[in-house]
Design a protein around this ligand. Structure first.
Ligand code: MN
Length: 132
């Protein structure tokens, strides 16, 4: 069984399709579970391959991450990275610059509740990521 097949077999929510934009490094997958939610917060299931992560970014109305599988990083600018595992919840305030993604050697899966717009910034450099 391939890695992705194994992840899919054990996944709680659908994995979806590879994310095709310039704001992610490596391969990540997105399945939107709700786009027009009653709380005005679309919910996406995001699956990162090992080493994959998003650029630094901000959310105008904040974001909540619910980790469902694997191991990953969440980091706010100027603070140490937080190691995340299944069951962790991250409450990201509005307009706080941050990034999230997988650790080097594990897949990472989280639900992302994201009301409002996201502003994408610069990539997390390889040198920086490798020092975590
Ligand atoms: Mn975010």
């Amino acid at each position: 069984m391939t890695k992705i097949a194994s992840i899919e077999k054990n996944a709680i929510f659908p994995i979806g399709e590879p994310i095709e934009n310039e704001y992610f490094f490596g391969t990540a997958y997105l399945e939107m579970l709700l786009t027009d939610s009653a709380l005005n917060a679309p919910i996406g299931n995001v699956t990162f391959e090992p080493g994959a992560r998003n650029n630094w970014h901000t959310h105008e109305a904040g974001q909540i991450l619910l980790v469902t599988a694997g191991e990953g990083w969440y980091q706010e600018e100027g603070k140490p990275g937080q190691l995340l595992k299944a069951g962790d919840v991250v409450n990201i305030p509005a307009d706080v610059k941050h990034w999230h993604g997988a650790v080097k050697d594990s897949w990472f899966v989280h639900l992302a509740l994201t009301p409002g717009e996201t502003t994408w910034l610069e990539p997390v450099t390889e040198e920086y990521y490798q020092q975590l």
